[in-house]
Structure formats: structure tokens, C-alpha cells
Write a new protein. Sequence first.
Length: 212
Amino acid sequence: MLRTKTTRSIRAFYGRPTLEVCRDCIGKYIVYESPIGRLAGRIVEVEAYIGESDPACHAATGPSSRNRHLYGKPGTAYIYKIYGFYCCLNFVTELDGFPAAVLLRAAEPIEGLDLMRSNTPTTLSNSKLLSGPGRLCRSFGLTRDQSGCDMARRDSLLYLEDRHEPEPRIVVSPRIGITKATDRLWRFYDSGSSSVSGPASLRGMRTAAASV
DNA sequence: TATAGGATTGCC
DNA sequence: GCAATCCTATAG
């Protein structure tokens, strides 16, 4: 990653096994050069959704108008609306045509906190502005209008950035908020971050942290 | 065309 | 604990 590299090499970052991409995302930055200014957050929690054989993946029932971006090139943003209120941001992984993605669930606000607050009237503390997939999109001002954008392009307004910081302590757990395939340990988070989403019982250090 | 439910959040 | 609110998938 990412900005100093070519579109081809950025594409290669996304075009790998989803669980590897998940692990590599923790501690990286999600940046959005939004209409009202530059926003950035340090990613602390993601989940993997992998293929039509994953019952919890939106591609579980095959291609449709809703999930078509999942079948696009790695690095493609896939943003959908949930519960009629919120949006969730994913980016596509693996091979072009294979439906898999990483869901961004939480980040620590780094740049543009005032802009985030202007996007979302809220009483949340700073550390919680991007804590949860709905909050992340709301504070960033991301909607389905940005779905399908190519985050691997060097001129993309939405992209990942590597600030070459030490790798954080990464913990894995079952995915949360779903009812199917809850046995898969496809959620990854930085156990040292106060911005991880979910109840406290799902944010702490685990002794049985598996590796990818 | 009708209806059920969802990768959530915030307030009662 | 539950309502809010809308889009999609599925059934009729």
C-alpha cells in the first residue's frame, strides 16, 4: 500500500485471500477525500465475507443487482444500506469475479473529527465516532453513491493508506450481528483499541487468538 | 404485487 | 428491550 504505488500493485494487495487482507488491514488507514474535506481513520476491526458458499455473505444466493459489486475487481467498494438507516462499507478481495469482501467495522478517528461530527449530529465520544459499520459510514458521509468506486486507482478519493506503524495485537473472533455461520472466526480486531465495536465481552483480549 | 427481514443504532 | 425505516429477495 498504497498511494506511492501503482494501481497494479494496489490491486494486488486486495487481490489476495480475504483472511490475509483482513489481517493486513488492521492498523492501516481508511482515507476519504470527501466533498467537505479529508477524513481518515485507523482501522481497528474488520470482518471477512467469502464466496457463495458463505451463508452470511451477500453473494450466498448468487449474483443479483444488489451484490453485483462483490463480483467486481478487487479493490472495488461495496456499500449497502442496512435496516433502512445505515450503510456499511466493504471492499472486494480475491479474484475478479469471485464474490468476497472485507467489511470495515470500526476505526479510530484520526483526521477530520470536526467534519465527522458535522456529518452526524451525535453525543458520542471521539473514540466512538467510527465504532461500528453504520457509524463509520455515517461519520465519513459515505452512501451507496460511493458503492462501486475503485479504491485501487491511484486517483481514488477513497483508499487505504499504510503509515508504516508497528503491527498491533490482532485478535480473531466469530463475526457479530449475523445469525448464519457464526462458527467461523472471520472477525479481526486490535484488542488494544477503545474504538472496537460491540459489547465489551466481544472487544477484549482472547487467549485463544488464532492465526490466519 | 405483497411481505418478511436484515453484516445497526440509539433511546425507552 | 425495542422501534426506526428502506431496500432486496422471495413468494404468491
